[in-house]
Design a protein around this ligand. Structure first.
Ligand SMILES: *[C@@H]1O[C@H](CO)[C@@H](O)[C@H](O)[C@H]1NC(C)=O
Ligand SMILES: *[C@@H]1O[C@H](CO)[C@@H](O)[C@H](O)[C@H]1NC(C)=O
Ligand SMILES: *[C@@H]1O[C@H](CO)[C@@H](O)[C@H](O)[C@H]1NC(C)=O
Ligand SMILES: *[C@@H]1O[C@H](CO)[C@@H](O)[C@H](O)[C@H]1NC(C)=O
Ligand SMILES: *[C@@H]1O[C@H](CO)[C@@H](O)[C@H](O)[C@H]1NC(C)=O
Ligand SMILES: *[C@@H]1O[C@H](CO)[C@@H](O)[C@H](O)[C@H]1NC(C)=O
Length: 489
């Protein structure tokens, strides 16, 4: 549940941080498309280099492993290592840093009492007996987290077996919704996106089998799940029936933080395709909400909307890292020319409602935190301004800024100054907490969490912040004027 630390990565990537954040700091520029494009290209080029360097630093062994090569094109979810596996066999790809994925082909039967998936060998099979263990969760490098994930036995079995209670004609994809499930960033990053990467190409002809099944998770992500599978998900641990499959994929693939590497995907699918899936997923529910509202308003005249102002959504946090002068921020944004909506997502807020608010929005502002995951709900081309509190530079860029830019959002970062932090009221001006957050962060995750994540609010310097608002407004409005102009020809 707790957002957790990647100390090693942080150390290694720190060197690069300055350069790459600077590269997109003012992509929206002064509305000059040309300048914006050239900056952007530069940025993308840099990201390319950046990701190579960062993999070299963090994932050095990858260069030596087959994982570095592109996946087999016909069955892209199968690693080359397992692409040529024969029927009646088990093959595990353990080459990736973030995840293991195993494949079973043949007569696959669930046996929840022994936490197993059994591969029943045909009578005259010459295949050797085999057993593999796997914890199907995408945080392989975090031993502590992985220890909490149920371990599955995948084993061949010879002789008599339990009969099938349910026979499925489509493959199973098996994964855990344990670990950090409960935090929306992790739910998308470690669960939903990997699920799309692993199961998306089955065109819903796949059964999802869940370890640590939670009803609330099924409800929360039901709209998305129904775009990925036409079948009822299986609660592996509590469903004692024997489910039979001809194929099972155990574990999920993952590419990087909140992103999709098209080169590793069937049909070159990208994060935008994922976004399109979200749009399809939420459409029915949103239309229903609209209808309800229309019915409730039949007697009321719909407000005639004067020339459309760009819409800005402030994604507000409850608790730490809140914007203390939110009211003034709203006023300021309205003065700049935005129609402002404040969204306060809570754990129980329906995702369709959040999607509706953000998909219809031209800009989103929020203070760094898990709720920034909702940038995925913004349309490409819109603006995302992330307010970066003291001590969160690296995380803000890595988890949200870079992925948002990769999805095609115009990303702007607003790094607060010490005086905009509530910490400036608690610590002396010269204290390292204010002057040198990197040094403080180096003392460990517990300190980062206590001081910067749980102990900090922001009070925006609206004079400085307004410049960002104006830039955002400018780059949203200007192209539209041009468009109208060309329409009148
Ligand atoms: C693999 O084995 C299963 C179970 O014996 C069988 O139903 C299936 O047709 C076989 N698949 C292929 C491609 O031979
Ligand atoms: C197993 O036996 C069946 C007939 O009983 C035969 O068709 C098949 O080729 C045999 N398979 C192997 C691997 O020997
Ligand atoms: C399968 O079981 C039979 C007897 O039950 C045994 O003779 C045979 O060696 C077993 N096959 C393998 C691959 O272990
Ligand atoms: C995917 O991208 C590669 C390289 O850009 C291209 O050669 C290939 O034709 C693309 N495939 C599809 C299905 O778009
Ligand atoms: C999201 O916004 C786009 C563009 O305005 C619109 O076409 C689409 O229908 C919206 N999606 C939903 C689910 O309302
Ligand atoms: C938000 O804050 C209010 C007041 O502090 C509290 O009652 C409520 O439970 C909080 N909601 C969440 C989701 O944390």
């Amino acid at each position: 549940m707790v957002h957790h630390h990647r100390a090693a990565q942080q150390q290694q990537l720190k060197l690069l941080e300055h350069q790459h954040t600077a590269a997109y700091a003012d992509c929206c520029g002064v509305g000059s498309t040309k300048r914006c494009i050239s900056k952007r290209t530069l940025f993308l080029r840099f990201i390319g280099i950046f990701s190579i360097i960062s993999s070299a630093l963090v994932f050095a062994p990858r260069f030596l492993s087959p994982d570095y090569f592109e996946d087999n094109l016909q069955t892209p979810s199968v690693h080359p290592l397992c692409a040529s596996m024969s029927n009646h066999s088990i093959c595990c790809d353990r080459t990736a840093v973030r995840t293991d994925v195993c494949f079973m082909r043949g007569d696959v039967r669930t046996h929840s009492a022994s936490n197993s998936l059994l591969l029943h060998l045909p009578r005259n099979s010459t295949a050797s007996m085999e057993e593999q263990l796997i914890r199907p969760y995408t945080r392989k490098w975090e031993a502590g987290t992985m220890a909490t994930i149920d371990e599955l036995h995948l084993k061949t079995i010879n002789g008599s077996v339990q009969g099938c209670d349910v026979v499925h004609d489509v493959p199973a994809v098996v994964f855990s919704t344990g670990g950090y499930t409960g935090n929306v960033y992790h739910e998308f990053n470690d669960g939903i996106l990997p699920l799309y990467i692993t199961a998306g190409h089955f065109n819903k002809e796949v059964v999802l089998v869940l370890l640590e099944y939670h009803d609330w998770w099924i409800t929360k992500y039901g709209d998305i799940l129904s775009q990925l599978s036409d079948y009822t998900p299986i609660d592996f641990t509590n469903d004692k029936r024997t489910h039979c499959f001809k194929e099972a994929i155990v574990g999920l693939r993952i590419h990087d933080e909140l992103t999709i590497d098209a080169a590793k995907m069937p049909n070159n699918r990208t994060i935008r395709d994922f976004r399109n899936l979200l749009d399809e997923a939420y459409k029915p529910r949103i239309r229903a909400i609209e209808q309800e509202e229309a019915q409730a308003n039949t007697n009321r005249k719909s407000p005639t909307r004067s020339p459309r102002k760009p819409k800005l959504v402030i994604v507000a946090r409850n608790g730490s890292r809140s914007i203390e002068n939110e009211v003034e921020l709203v006023k300021s944004a309205e003065e700049v020319g935005f129609a402002v909506e404040v969204l306060r997502p809570e754990r129980t807020t329906e995702l369709a409602k959040i999607y509706r608010a953000l998909n219809s929005s031209d800009a989103m502002i929020g203070v760094h935190g898990a709720a920034m995951t909702h940038f995925l709900f913004m349309r490409p081309g819109t603006v995302f301004i992330q307010v970066v509190p003291l001590g969160t530079d690296w995380a803000a860029a890595s988890y949200y800024g870079d992925p948002a830019a990769r999805m095609g959002l115009r990303y702007m970062e607003y790094k607060i100054e010490a005086k905009e932090s509530s910490l400036s009221r608690e610590y002396d001006k010269e204290d390292p907490v204010l002057r040198d957050p990197e040094r403080v962060n180096a003392r460990g995750w517990e300190i980062t969490k206590k001081v910067y994540l749980d102990g900090q609010n922001v009070r925006l310097d609206l004079k400085r912040f307004k410049k960002h608002l104006i830039r955002a407004h400018h780059c949203l409005v200007k192209p539209k004027i041009r468009k109208t102009g060309s329409l009148s020809h």
